[in-house]
Design a protein around this ligand. Structure first.
Ligand SMILES: NC(=O)c1ccc[n+]([C@@H]2O[C@H](COP(=O)([O-])OP(=O)(O)OC[C@H]3O[C@@H](n4cnc5c(N)ncnc54)[C@H](O)[C@@H]3O)[C@@H](O)[C@H]2O)c1
Length: 345
């Protein structure tokens, strides 16, 4: 079984590779990743001697190389995690790279899958952010047929990639599946994202900045529950289908911040409210009944337990954190943005 994994050196991709190697004996994985600021081979250090996994540095926006690697590796399955993923960057730095990777890159993978009849399935890993925002006081959730309404450049580019997948299935019967998952947490997440960002702020004795009133809600899922859902989509999912993945675990940013403060024995004075992010979606909530019913998936990890384990993982892996700091030079450009927001207030 030959799996071509794009973006396997990032947070979810590296967890997925480790998970698949643990679950399947006879598997060959080719990990194709451009190693941008969030891609890190240290995320795969513990499996670097496993001969079933090979790494090639490459960009999905580079069509020639994608085609060449496809021809040589001849994958049975393809899964794409490669993306520009940070909303703040898409707003404050610009969306050009988001378009190149999240749209053109997906187009290149679709073309390569279309040209090679041997590919059984291609799973395009996407986000609930394509559906836009729900009000706090509604019971509505995102279903697979909810209309796309992206509010920030990141989400718009992810929606663009998803639309190409839809079009390629309908036009060419390219065997593609799109998944929309809610916010992930767990080990190896680049610390610009909320949970590792807050943990590291605590380690640096700095306050936790919360956008706006802090009441924005996300539907948090443990990364390995997401990986199992993706494994099922890859091997059991039906081409042309869309699957929403969520753990029914809605929590506000304020609640997440409070849990982290409690863990570090700090009081609420360690929170600070900063000017809200433009286009900041209020609430995401996923209806995941379809994947539960059709593929027999359900989240197995209990939030309190794995949330605490996640905090411990960052506390125990100082080398990993230091390496990320060294590799990217500026540890987190958004700290400066947040401080900037604060000054404007
Ligand atoms: N993190 C979440 O909470 C979440 C939730 C839902 C969906 N997703 C989706 O899951 C996927 C993975 O997210 P993540 O959090 O692991 O992201 P990440 O930023 O940690 O990793 C992205 C990886 O893609 C690589 N990459 C970026 N551009 C590339 C390119 N042009 N060619 C090849 N490789 C490239 C990076 O080097 C990195 O290894 C993304 O598509 C994201 O939209 C993430």
């Amino acid at each position: 079984m030959r799996i071509f994994v794009c973006g396997g050196a990032g947070f979810i991709g590296s967890n997925f590779i480790r998970y698949i190697l643990g679950k399947h004996k006879n598997v060959q994985i080719l990990n194709y990743d451009a190693l941008t600021y969030s891609g890190n081979l240290n995320n795969l250090k513990d499996i670097e001697k496993d001969k079933r996994h090979r790494f090639i540095k490459g960009n999905i926006a580079d069509k020639e190389t994608v085609d060449l690697v496809f021809q040589k590796f001849k994958p049975d399955y393809v899964i794409n995690f490669a993306a520009e993923t940070h909303v703040d960057r898409s707003i404050h730095i610009g969306a050009k790279e988001f378009i190149d990777t999240n749209i053109t890159g997906v187009f290149n993978i679709l073309e390569a899958v279309k040209a090679r009849s041997g590919v059984k399935k291609y799973v395009q890993v996407s986000t609930d952010e394509v559906y836009g925002s729900l009000p706090l006081n509604s019971k509505n959730t995102f279903k697979e047929d909810t209309a796309f309404a992206p509010n920030v450049p990141y989400a718009a580019t992810k929606a663009g990639g998803d639309m190409f997948c839809r079009a390629y299935y309908n036009t060419f019967k390219t065997p593609v599946i799109v998944t929309h998952c809610s916010n992930n947490y767990g080990p190896y997440q680049y610390p610009e994202k909320l949970i590792p960002f807050f943990i590291l702020r605590m380690l640096e004795n700095k306050k936790l900045p919360l956008y706006g009133d802090g009441k924005n809600v996300r539907d948090w899922i443990y990364v390995l529950d997401h990986c199992e859902a993706l494994r099922l989509c890859l091997f059991k999912g039906k081409p042309g289908e869309v699957y929403n993945i969520g753990a029914d675990n809605e929590m506000s940013n304020l609640e997440i911040a409070s849990l982290i403060l409690n863990h570090f024995n700090r009081d609420k004075s360690w929170m600070e409210f900063v000017t809200d992010r433009p286009g900041h979606d209020r609430r995401y909530a996923i209806d995941s009944r379809k994947i539960r019913k059709e593929l027999g998936w359900k989240p197995k990890h209990q939030f309190k337990k794995v949330f605490t384990e996640t905090i411990h993982w960052y506390l125990k892996n100082e080398d990993w954190i230091n390496n990320v700091r060294e590799k990217t030079g500026v540890f987190n450009p958004h700290i400066d943005l947040w401080e900037g927001h604060k000054m404007k207030k």
